[in-house]
Design a protein around this ligand. Structure first.
Ligand code: ADP
Length: 192
């Protein structure tokens, strides 16, 4: 299996690049943001509690996320691998994810990080908010709160993979095609 963590702050382009990666490499796309929004739309108990955090630009508690990922992995069979988009977002999530993969006789092969500066992120998310309909994309102070959560709680996750020699970073500025080409180069290295 080839399991890749696509990493980067909100608005870095993870969703866009994930779509291109799954088409080219035949991997399964798992996005915790998408899974959470589906729970919110279904008004499930998980969705109703997650919504409180999402609407404030805060991370949803680790145990909720870990349970959701575990369920997702248990219900997927015969995959070539997956793209983890939007998780792990804390070091505790990263530790749990390793355990979930180990239970399946698998592992995370590598993390690929998209680097984009904070000003560009805010601009991109506000632009996305004009068409995405996501409430959390339309309010500048909420966007800044999400970026702050990222810097405080999520950025340290890079160190977790760096210490295992599983980290690569890519410039997230440029055309979608240029960035994708650089991601492909990194994925091909992981396949060797
Ligand atoms: P973005 O990366 O643009 O912020 P996402 O769709 O990945 O968008 O996430 C939207 C919201 O869902 C986050 O602001 C957070 O509240 C919640 N969320 C998503 N993934 C996680 C996660 N792994 N851990 C905690 N909260 C999460």
């Amino acid at each position: 299996m080839l399991n890749i963590v696509l990493f980067g702050p909100p608005g870095a382009g993870k969703g866009t690049q994930s779509q291109l990666i799954i088409e080219k490499f035949g991997l399964l796309h798992i996005s915790t943001g998408d899974l959470l929004r589906a729970e919110v739309a279904a008004q499930s108990p998980l969705g109703l509690s997650a919504k409180e955090f999402m609407n404030k630009g805060l991370l949803v508690p680790d145990e909720v996320i870990i349970g959701m990922i575990d369920n997702k992995m248990r219900s997927t069979k015969d995959i070539k691998g997956c793209i983890c988009d939007g998780f792990p977002r804390t070091v505790d999530q990263a530790v749990s994810l390793d355990k979930i993969f180990a239970n399946n006789g698998s592992k995370i092969n590598g993390m690929i990080a998209l680097e984009v500066d904070d000003e560009e992120l805010t601009k991109r998310i506000l632009l996305r908010g004009e068409t995405s309909g996501r409430a959390d994309d339309q309010n500048e102070s909420l966007i800044r709160q999400r970026v702050q959560e990222y810097n405080e709680k999520t950025a340290p996750v890079a160190g977790f993979y760096k210490s295992q020699g599983k980290f690569a970073s890519i410039n997230g500025l440029g055309t979608v095609e240029e960035i994708f080409a650089n991601i492909c180069t990194e994925i091909e290295k992981l396949q060797k």
